[in-house]
Design a protein. Structure first.
Length: 185
């Protein structure tokens, strides 16, 4: 065996794809924005102040982290941690919005088409087939992670709402018992 057969060969695919990182992030942001009404999507895209637009800020951070991890052949642990934190922040926001689960995480599936279009633009031919399969698997893992984070946030939200209803009911019961002159149990 030669050294070329043993060692992984760095193709031109990854460096060329990395050059499209900003474009991939922008396209995904546009796709994610489609889950909002047009006026909201325009505000999220245009307003860059993180205090005036926390949803847009979180979405931009997630888009940059997604693009960075997906355009790197072997993402560093720090990059993957940054992506996990950005996804967590974004899914927390999307969990409290009036979005269906499909709307909340559906834009992540668009990453496959965005990445395939970017890969086609940079070329790579048959050598890119393995890289595209790897990208598809990464996107699938990201979708599952995003859905898991969204689901956990929704569960927490519903648990908090249920607890608040129990508290209100207890207060009302106590109020009516006191109004009727009954002693507290």
């Amino acid at each position: 065996m030669t050294a070329r057969q043993i060692l992984p060969v760095e193709t031109s695919f990854w460096p060329a794809l990395a050059l499209r990182e900003e474009d991939i992030a922008r396209q995904w942001l546009e796709k994610m924005g489609q889950s909002y009404p047009a006026q909201t999507a325009a505000f999220i895209a245009a307003q860059e102040d993180p205090f005036a637009n926390p949803v847009g800020d979180r979405a931009r951070r997630a888009a940059r982290a997604l693009a960075r991890v997906l355009t790197t052949p072997r993402p560093l642990p720090a990059e993957e941690e940054e992506l996990a934190a950005a996804l967590d922040d974004l899914m927390r926001v999307r969990a409290v919005q009036a979005l269906t689960p499909e709307e909340a995480v559906g834009s992540f599936f668009a990453l496959k088409a965005i990445l395939r279009a970017s890969a086609a633009a940079v070329g790579g031919g048959e050598e890119a087939a393995g890289e595209l399969a790897d990208l598809d698997a990464r996107v699938d893992r990201i979708v599952l992670a995003a859905f898991g984070k969204y689901s956990r946030c929704r569960e927490t939200l519903f648990a908090l709402r249920a607890e608040e209803i129990r508290r209100r009911h207890a207060r009302l019961s106590r109020f009516f018992r006191e109004a009727e002159g009954e002693d507290d149990p």
